[in-house]
Structures are given as C-alpha cells and as structure tokens.
Design a protein around this ligand. Structure first.
Ligand code: FAD
Length: 410
C-alpha cells in the first residue's frame, strides 16, 4: 500500500482517487475549492452531459488522430458503459439523447447528482478528502516527486497524481498554473490555447443578440476571398459581442489559430448548396411566383428578424418582388443565404472555453498508466493533458478514462 496524493477534485481526480483507494492505496485528495466537482456541477448547463453513447471506437473517432491513439487504452479500460454502470450503482439513472449525448435523468441540479455519486464513491473507498487545499508547488524533481506544497504546509507521499484540469473558467478553480510548474521541471507541454469558446467578432451585431442561425454551416476562411480553412455544420447564435452556439464553439480553436496566423473570416451558410444551385432555384421561384417579395424568400432561409436589416444593408427595397429582381440583386440574395458575412474574429477568450486545448504533451505520458515518462511516481490525467474533444460528453469521458488509468496503481 502506497500513500498517494491526488491534486484536483474534478472529474479526473475523483475517479483517480476512488480507483486508487479501491485498490488499497492510502489516498489524500486535495481540492482548492471549498467543495468537489465545481466544474462538473456547471457542465452541460447544469445538466451534465456525462459521456457519449457508443463503443470506444466511436468515441475515439471524435478526437484528433494523436489524441485518439493516446486515449485508446484508457477508454477501452474504462469507457462510457463503465462510467454509466458505476453511476447507476450509485442511483444516478441516465438517458441517451437522439444525438448520442448521455445525461442524468432530467431533474433540477442533475449535474450535482453526478458529483454526489462520486463523493459517495471516494468517501466509501476511504479517501481522505481535503477541500480548500490549494497546492502551490511541487516538491522534488525527476525522477521522483516527494509531495506537494500547500499554502501552510508540505504534504509528502509515495506518489502524486495531478488532475488539476485546464485553464478555462478560472473561477471554477482551474487556473492552469500546474502546467507552468511541470514545464519548469522539464516536462514537455503545449501552452494553453482557447477551444470550445464563443467567438467575438470585430464588428459584432448586438441588435441581433439571441437570434439563431439554424441548420446550416459556419465557415472559416483566410480572409473574405481566401480559401476555406474549416467548417462546422450546426447552429450559431448572435451574442452581444459575437457568435456562440454549437458551430461557433466547435470552430473557435480553428478561428483563433487562423486569426493569429493572418486574416480570418467567418460566414454562415444557411443553405449549404453551392450558390449556383440556389441561384437556379431562385430563378425558378421567380418564374413560378413572380409577385413573391424578395424579403419573403429571404425569410425562408434566414431568421425573420434579420430580413429587413439585411435588405436595407444591401440597398434593396422592402417591397421588391422577385419578378423585378435585377441580376445583381439576385446575386446579393443568394450570397446572403449561402455565405452570410459575419466578418473577422477577435481574440477568442481562453477563459470562456468549455475546455482548454494544450496541456502536458501526450508524447510525455504513458497512455496505459498516465505516468510521466522519466518520472517514477508522478502521473497526470484529465484536461491537464493535451486533450480536447468536441462538445458531446467526450471531454468528461476523457477525464474519467484517464483518471481511471492514473488511479490504477500497481
Ligand atoms: C461551462 C462548461 C460546461 C461543460 N460541459 C461539459 C459537458 O456537459 N460534457 C463534457 O464532457 N464536458 C463538459 N465540459 C468540459 C469538462 O467539464 C472538463 O473537460 C472536465 O471537467 C475536465 O475534468 P478535469 O477533472 O480534468 O478538470 P476539472 O473538472 O476542471 O477539475 C480540476 C480540479 O482541480 C482543481 N485544482 C486546480 N488547480 C489546483 C491546485 N493548484 N490545487 C488544488 N486543486 C486544484 C480545480 O479547483 C478543479 O476542481 C464543460 C466545461 C465547462 C467550462
């Protein structure tokens, strides 16, 4: 039996601590916040999208190749079924939505029920839980960690598991400082980088706040006339400062990367067909229905609230009918529905991401044990690793799986 310190009482740390204690190790869990699982409690809008339904292979496909290769072993050892089984045994019933996302059964504060289940598990396994315990430094150096420094004392242990999360939503306790300490100790890291965050725009549309662009594709290109860099099918939502919604979150990392590298430009294709196809359809509509207002046609594809302002911006009268549509105006209407210009992105805020990209380089970690290479007794798991999946339960699952591997001490 070894004494083990787990730093961080979030998704990964809770599982790591429970697993290590269940295997007979003497575990102390140190959490900076006054209570456990703060980020878990706000996940999925307070409902907690625990995981994604499906076999490991399907879940791995949501990650980049390198990330999937790294996650394969831990996801097979502790995949979504294993997580759900564990929770079910603690009384958390779940259901799968049509899109494969798994949630606890709908009731207020369902995310808290998930945290409560993990709290029960760690307490029952005999973990010594210390909340309000912010670690301020690591003791020792490669190849052995001796323990950790707290504000007022040093705590030594036979092994340390770091599960301190990413660097977004710092108000939930995740400030990302542990990555700096590891870097200083010679551990290869990739700097934190914004991901799954709303995208602020150079020229926001506060008047359109709350308006959703639905069922289309958000596209990123290298400038207004530049080549396509990335695209994501899904809804986007105007906010006071830019855009949010699923498509914006998914494209935010690429948008920030593009912005840092040169010109970047966003458009929304409410209709994903090529402009020529839409143009042909519009001409056919004009023949079949010549008295139809151009605005009515526009409103079939874009939210009603945008129709008048867009017509005005394009210099088209509100009473313009399809039969009177000059070629140039037709092109304008087609462009609005196939590539509504949203403009250049502003810096994507790291703090507002559902995850932070970057973290401990995966090449520095044994994917079976989460042990840091070159260290005898130091492991890392969860978002502290250079892992970032899409929205849909993948990030919590990655935290659970890597936490389980890290806690599986011999
Ligand atoms: C708003 C929001 C919604 C989300 N919704 C979902 C969702 O529905 N589904 C999904 O899969 N993912 C979701 N995510 C992402 C998911 O929550 C994270 O990927 C996941 O929580 C990472 O788990 P973790 O254990 O690595 O880190 P965390 O859960 O962040 O836990 C890390 C813990 O370490 C503690 N800590 C940090 N530094 C120290 C220190 N120096 N000393 C002591 N303790 C420290 C922190 O206080 C924190 O409690 C969401 C994220 C956000 C921000």
């Amino acid at each position: 039996m070894t004494s083990v310190i787990v730093v961080g009482g979030g998704a990964a740390g809770l599982v790591a601590a429970w697993r290590a204690a269940s295997l007979g190790h003497r575990v102390t869990l140190l959490e900076a916040n006054g209570r456990l699982g703060v980020k878990l409690r706000i996940s999925g809008g307070g409902k907690c999208n625990i995981t994604h339904d499906g076999p490991p292979k399907a879940l791995l496909a949501a990650f980049t190749k390198d990330q999937a290769r790294f996650l394969r072993a831990s996801l097979h050892a502790f995949g979504s079924e294993a997580v759900l089984d564990l929770l079910r045994r603690e009384g958390v019933a779940t259901y799968v939505r049509d899109n494969g996302r798994v949630f606890p059964l709908d009731r207020p504060g369902s995310a808290s029920a998930v945290v409560a289940a993990f709290e029960t598990l760690v307490h029952r396994a005999g973990v010594d839980v210390r909340t309000g315990a912010r670690v301020t430094g690591l003791l020792g150096g490669a190849p052995r960690i001796e323990g950790v420094r707290l504000e007022r004392e040093d705590v030594t242990a036979g092994g340390v598991i770091l599960a301190t999360g990413g660097a977004s939503y710092p108000e939930t306790g995740t400030r990302g400082e542990v990555l700096d300490w590891l870097k200083a100790l010679g551990v290869p890291v990739r700097p934190w980088f914004p991901a799954l965050a709303p995208i602020p725009l150079e020229i926001p549309r506060p008047a359109w706040e709350g308006v959703a662009l639905r069922d289309g594709e958000l596209r990123l290109s290298a400038g207004p006339e530049g080549r396509r860099l990335a695209a994501f099918r899904g809804d986007a939502l105007f906010t006071k400062t830019g855009i949010s919604g699923p498509a914006a979150l998914e494209l935010s990392q690429a948008a920030e990367r593009a912005r840092r590298g040169g010109p970047a430009w966003l458009t929304y294709a409410a209709v994903v067909d090529p402009p020529e196809t839409v143009d042909t359809a519009l001409q056919a509509e004009a023949r079949a229905n010549p008295r139809l207002l151009a605005g009515t046609w526009l409103g079939r594809h874009l939210p009603e609230r945008l129709v008048d302002p867009l017509l005005a911006e394009a210099g088209l009268p509100r009473d313009l009918r399809l039969k009177d549509l000059p070629k140039e105006a037709r092109r304008t209407l087609v462009a609005l529905v196939t590539a509504l210009p949203l403009g250049a992105p502003r810096p994507v805020p790291l703090a507002r991401g559902e995850v932070a990209a970057g973290g401990v380089a995966l090449s520095a970690v044994d994917p079976h044990t989460m042990a840091l290479r070159g260290w005898e007794n130091l492991r890392v798991c969860g978002e502290l690793l250079d892992l970032d999946g899409p929205v849909g339960g993948y990030n919590l699952q990655a935290a659970f799986s890597t936490g389980f591997a890290a806690g599986s001490l011999g």
